[in-house]
Design a protein around this ligand. Structure first.
Ligand SMILES: [Zn+2]
Length: 51
């Protein structure tokens, strides 16, 4: 999973982000560069990998 450094949102690839057009089972690495944190709207650069 990847965690937003700003708000703590966790991106779960098993769930994707269906509210924003990301299907379940989408790895973080395959998210479009235009994807933003659903909570605080920062870009992917603000996410860190967590176990
Ligand atoms: Zn965030």
């Amino acid at each position: 999973m990847h965690r937003c450094l700003i708000c703590g949102y966790l991106y779960n690839p098993d769930e994707g982000d269906t509210a924003h057009g990301v299907d379940p089972n989408t790895p973080f690495e395959e998210l479009p560069d235009s994807w933003l944190c659903p909570v605080c709207s920062v870009t992917k650069e603000y996410f860190e990998k967590v176990a």
